[in-house]
Write a protein that binds this ligand. Structure first.
Ligand SMILES: [Zn+2]
Ligand SMILES: [Zn+2]
Length: 241
């Protein structure tokens, strides 16, 4: 059973912790949390920071990842930002997996937003990223899956994502799609596959497959944007067939 999240309760918990944050409801299901996010980290280094933020969170949290903007003009445009000026807090799938296990707004802010600003401060001072840095777009997604699945091979990663997209059996005695030759219940991927099956990996599969075809010189299939289910199925077939 999915736990019901009371988003207002979570926002109140967040604004009680970060006292200079306020919130307002802008539509029936959309909230904006705004004001100063003032923090002090103790590890790995003592860093104090104050940033004006605008966090948009919807009632679909945690399935929908909150978007965060820095509105004080401190974070430069070429630092990790998405097209829409929101902060690039990491690979979306990685954040979604975190939120599946930890569906809490305050912990989201403490685990992604504060470390983002912390990294920015350290980067300003030293030119280094204290927690490493993921590349943008498809390369970041691939890097994440390589680490998460402990696989180096793109086609194995694609096979795993296809298996999940097609809702393959995760408990039975089928071979693990990683190519190890082991059954799923004997391969260390079983738990990873179960975790991934709880979130929507369709976009990741699409992008990685597109990239794979590109680097292998197979451009037979056109890329159709926007990425809709309909377009995806035109390319890769219907999962029910
Ligand atoms: Zn980024
Ligand atoms: Zn495996």
């Amino acid at each position: 059973m999915e736990k019901i999240i009371d988003i207002e309760e979570q926002i109140i918990e967040l604004t009680n912790f970060y006292k200079k944050l306020k919130y307002k409801k802008i539509q029936r299901a959309i909230y904006i949390i705004y004001g100063e996010l003032e923090f002090k980290t103790v590890s790995p280094e003592v860093v104090r920071g104050k940033y004006n933020v605008e966090i948009q969170v919807t009632k679909r949290f945690p399935s929908e990842v909150p978007s965060v903007k820095e509105v004080g003009g401190i974070i430069p445009e070429d630092f990790h930002k998405n097209d829409s000026e929101t902060l690039c807090l990491g690979v979306e799938t990685e954040i979604k997996l975190f939120l599946r296990n930890t569906p809490n707004l305050l912990k989201f802010v403490n685990s992604f937003v504060v470390p983002y600003f912390y990294s920015f401060k350290i980067w300003q001072k030293t030119g280094n990223f204290p927690f490493g840095e993921r590349p943008h777009f498809v390369n970041g997604i691939i890097e994440f899956y390589k680490e998460f699945l402990l696989l180096n091979n793109l086609s194995s990663i694609i096979n795993i994502l296809k298996y999940i997209y097609n809702k393959g059996d995760l408990n039975g005695y089928c071979r693990c799609p990683c190519g190890s030759g082991k059954n799923i219940n004997e391969c260390f991927h079983q738990e990873k596959l179960k975790e991934l099956s709880k979130i929507n990996i369709k976009d990741d599969l699409y992008y990685i497959y597109w990239y794979y075809n590109k680097i292998n010189g197979k451009r037979k299939k056109p890329i159709i944007f926007p990425l809709t289910l309909e377009n995806f199925e035109k390319l890769y077939g219907n999962k029910n067939k």
